[in-house]
Design a binder for this molecule. Structure first.
Ligand SMILES: C[S@@+](CC[C@H](N)C(=O)[O-])C[C@H]1O[C@@H](n2cnc3c(N)ncnc32)[C@H](O)[C@@H]1O
Length: 262
């Protein structure tokens, strides 16, 4: 069994809030669509599509878009945003699609949430046409991520993890070479790597909090420490990035992608 049941429940709380954050990822999404040559007629699978920022941009390039996500509310959101697309609730680690269904399998910021990332990339390879492209992105290493201030503040607000807890967190697969190694283990031939800076900019804390209510990991933490402690921790993490007018800007967040041939 994959992680879809638990992840689906965590990411289902505030689709329009999550969409605020998702649109901040557009620079890396566009870089990935370009490297995969997504254009008119491309059959693309947007795996872990969320509210569908990538699906919208792929459709604007003329692609035929299919999307899958664990969270039903996000699938409802993207189905309205891309009415010609085909969107379903499911697990990215185990699809019902036949072999070689897509020319491009695209996965932005989701492989780290799969139960087994290698099995997930193998599944991407299976549903990708021979010679087609699988492309996935993640947060880059923490030293290039201003937003780590918020991750550190929220982590500090949590009780220590049990000794036998699986290593995880937003940077679990972000160290140099890890995503490339997973691609190779899954039998994908690496054809390119790249990065893009995605500044995170919010009008005010209310907007930042609205997005936070849509983010699965924060929902998971709120189950443990409650909403008010979570809000305090996020406010603390934003402190050094808050301007006099109340806007909050994290200027440097480098996302990395790997592309491979199926
Ligand atoms: C950080 S969001 C990324 C959304 C979008 N792709 C983007 O780049 O902004 C992670 C998404 O992966 C989905 N997800 C996590 N684990 C999943 C799984 N096992 N199967 C399907 N979707 C999953 C979540 O529901 C969520 O929409």
């Amino acid at each position: 069994m994959g992680s879809a049941t638990i992840q689906g429940s965590l990411w289902n709380h505030n689709p329009s809030g999550w969409n605020i954050q998702e649109r901040l990822h557009i620079p890396i999404v566009e870089a990935m669509l370009s490297t995969a040559n997504v254009a008119t007629g491309t059959r693309i699978l947007d795996a872990g599509c969320g509210t569908g920022t990538a699906s919208v941009l792929a459709a604007a390039r003329g692609a035929k878009v299919t999307g899958i996500d664990a969270a039903e509310g996000l699938i409802t959101f993207v189905s309205k945003a891309v009415p010609d697309g085909c969107f379903t609730v499911g697990d990215i680690q185990s699809f019902d699609f036949p072999d070689e269904s897509f020319g491009v399998v695209f996965a932005a910021n989701c492989v780290q949430y799969a139960e087994d990332p290698i099995a997930t990339l193998r599944e991407f390879k299976r549903v990708c046409k021979k010679g087609g492209t699988v492309v996935a992105c993640l947060f880059g290493p923490p030293e290039n991520i201003d937003y780590k201030a918020v991750f550190s503040a929220t982590k500090a607000a949590m009780p220590p993890p049990p000794a036998d807890a699986k290593p995880g967190g937003p940077f679990a697969l972000s160290a140099p070479g890890i995503l490339e190694a997973l691609f190779k283990d899954a039998g994908l031939e690496i054809t390119g790597t790249g990065k893009a800076n995605c500044p995170f900019s919010y009008d005010n804390f209310a907007q930042k909090w609205e997005y936070s209510l849509g983010a699965g990991p924060y929902q998971g933490m709120m189950k443990v420490i409650g909403e008010s402690k979570m809000k305090e921790a996020i406010q603390l993490g934003c402190k050094n990035f808050t301007h006099d007018d109340g806007s909050i800007v994290f200027p440097t967040n480098e996302f990395i992608y790997v592309a491979g041939k199926a």
